[in-house]
Design a protein around this ligand. Structure first.
Ligand SMILES: Nc1nc2c(ncn2[C@@H]2O[C@H](COP(=O)(O)OP(=O)(O)OP(=O)(O)O)[C@@H](O)[C@H]2O)c(=O)[nH]1
Ligand SMILES: [Mg+2]
Length: 332
């Protein structure tokens, strides 16, 4: 159910950008608290996102700067364990990192999220790491909408990297590729995951492939198979690396971080990279239009007369015809 809130947008924005006359450390902590709060507001009411994210006091360059890395893969592949180590590595490079764990199946208090807390505990005390779990149950507008806004809100705080962990089944994987600058697919050796993932299409969409748990089984055959299956795109000259890791033994993590940098570099310097980035930005605009349209049309739907609903229930018209008429009228 949607919870409408009356919040003071100006004061949330001022806390976010650190305009609250506090000492440096307190300032940052208060910004982090403001971020947490702002995300909760947006989760409960996506219509607050446009108000927050188009606020004139926010630096647009900060909002668009963070590098978003999507980490996806089947349940249990080791995404959270890897993410925890990647954050450690990025912190050693002096990077500020935000992590979003999106769990499409569980509510905010779900077990998986609690497990992630354990896996990420190394960073809970680090002020330069922001960790947030996002459930989707009960959130209006689905995972993608709230997550998208949350990511942009986090960017206000100048994080260098924003890591987004999602389970790569169902709809979320295509959402993540449209949202992330780099999509990382985490697989397990000889698990047969490839077949399931191939069907979902994600196998062709990732920019970086990781075969994790290499301590458990030999991955060479799988690497070979993957390389054969990732069909090179004539236009796209990025050859997705297939990397081996063992998160359990802390192996291969540096290579993953290197591949983030290489992919970023590639995107900056190639025309196809630029084209794909522009495509993602267009899609982001579309998603934002949908948030705004939601606001307009929720109102319009309330105004549909009882007579018209009666006709619909008798099969004398269709929901699509009514929708189309409202939409066309609004367009004019
Ligand atoms: N042997 C071995 N176990 C690992 C490795 N990486 C992770 N694990 C274990 O695999 C289990 C699942 O790891 P998670 O990091 O929770 O996996 P996940 O992909 O985040 O799982 P979900 O969030 O539930 O989809 C845990 O028990 C980890 O300790 C690895 O490299 N080797
Ligand atoms: Mg996880």
């Amino acid at each position: 159910m949607k919870i409408k809130q009356s919040i003071d947008i100006n004061s949330v924005v001022n806390s976010l950008i650190g305009k609250t006359c506090l000492e440096n450390v307190d300032q940052w902590n208060s910004q982090i608290r403001a971020l947490s709060k702002a995300i909760t507001f947006v989760e409960n009411d996506p219509l607050l996102a446009p108000k927050l994210l188009s606020h004139p006091n926010l630096s647009t360059s900060a909002i668009m700067q963070a590098r978003i890395i999507g980490i996806t893969g089947l349940p249990g592949a080791g995404k959270s364990t890897l993410t925890n180590l990647l954050v450690k590595e990025l912190r050693q490079l002096g990077k500020k990192v935000a992590i979003f764990a999106v769990d499409p199946s569980s509510s905010l208090t779900g077990g998986a999220i609690l497990g992630d807390r354990v896996r990420m505990q190394d960073h809970f005390r680090d002020p330069n790491v922001f960790i947030r779990s996002m459930g989707s149950r009960g959130a209006l507008g689905g995972v993608a909408r709230a997550t998208r806004s949350a990511i942009r809100l986090a960017s206000v705080l100048n994080f260098d990297y924003i890591l987004v962990e999602t389970v790569g089944i169902g709809q979320s994987e295509s959402e993540i590729t449209s949202l992330a600058d780099s999509t990382v697919l985490v697989l397990m050796p000889n698990s047969g995951d490839e077949i399931q993932l191939m069907k979902s299409g994600i196998l062709q969409l990732a920019n970086i492939y990781i075969i994790n748990k290499c301590d458990l089984a030999d991955a060479s055959r799988m690497i070979q198979e993957l390389k054969e299956n990732i069909t090179p795109n004539a236009e796209n000259l990025w050859h997705p690396p297939v990397l081996k890791t063992s998160a359990a033994n802390h192996e291969g993590i540096q290579d993953v971080v290197k591949s983030f940098l290489q992919h970023e570099e590639f995107e900056k310097n190639s025309s196809i990279g630029k084209k794909l980035r522009y495509l993602r930005l267009r899609n982001e605009i579309l998603q934002n239009i949908l948030i705004l349209a939601d606001e307009v049309f929720q109102e319009k739907v309330k105004q549909i007369s009882i007579e018209e609903i009666e006709l619909l229930s008798l099969g004398k018209t269709t929901a699509m015809s009514i929708a189309n008429a409202i939409f066309q009228k609004e367009l004019k």
